[in-house]
Design a protein around this ligand. Sequence first.
Ligand code: AHG
Ligand code: MN
Ligand code: MN
Length: 342
Amino acid sequence: MLDGNEDYIQITTIERHILEEQSSHPEATGVLTSLLYDIALAGKVIASKTTRAGLAEILGRTEETNVQGEVVQKLDRFADLTLYRLNYHTGRLAVMASEEHADILPIPPEYRTGKYVLLFDPLDGSSNIDFNIPVGTIFAVYRRISEDGPGTLEDCLQPGRNLVVAGYLIYGSSTMFVYTTGHGVHGFTLDPSVGEFLLSHPHIRTSEEPAYFSANLGNRTCWSEGVNKFTDYLLGLDSQREALNLRYIGSLMADFHRNLLSGGIFYYPADRKDPTKPRGKLRLLYEASPLAFIIEQAGGYGSDGEQNILDIHPESLHQRTPLFIGNRELVEKAEDFLKRYD
Ligand code: AHG
Ligand code: MN
Ligand code: MN
């Protein structure tokens, strides 16, 4: 018998955890387990590049711009290719969609299609790669709606309420894999010495006591009156509350992950000036919806300023949405300010 020191704390790999999660899904056939395992594997492959980006000739830009009109970073392309190459041939997916591609990514006709749909932002926070700031991968898994055969755009345009799995990887001081299947949010930390994601943050609940707020105050002149009044409230300028600490790193994954654990709110509102960002900058399908599912499972809330992100029915693949996400009380406060002043 161990002498009662910390060695007895069980070691749970992500595979073991996903298998146990699947036992609570009666219809599970192990396909979802394998899909999640492959996404975790993609994370390990991407992490192997992000942790050596300065050495691996993977810094900097490609000559391309993507459907978002943004310059594609080399690591964007690498992460996008890695996720596609690990999943197109497995027979688990009906279709994929990526931030980096204008249209859906069909499964090549020589391969079987499966019952799941995978949407992803292969690398979030790209503009920060060259400055050694944490970046991430965000993914969303749905069940296909179409009966069989090649997956369709409609299979991808589902509201967050239909999500089967949502999760992200964050490539920071450590590499973490955080996911939910609707039974709580669980975080795993990669142990590079053994190449395994080990359970490090079971049953994550966001703190009721917010510690930070995260927004790009450089955009204040582009925000509505309601958003600016809410921002003054967070800064304690209207004496309704103590000022919250501001932390904004410009990487949604890093800002979201910190607020998930510490309590707080992240918001990227609609832009009243920049005609390219009338609904803000962030994308509904592979940024806002999966994170809204995660935060709700952790006791928080994700809103577009008027409604729950999970209730929005997408009309297009790269549809953008204003996003207020984190501590429920603060997000609802933001909704109040927008209702009162906008
Ligand atoms: P991506 O790198 O996938 O395009 O996402 C970048 C997003 C998000 O990570 C971050 O919150 C936001 O861009 C920062 O935008 P600003 O620089 O306009 O604040
Ligand atoms: Mn992104
Ligand atoms: Mn991205």
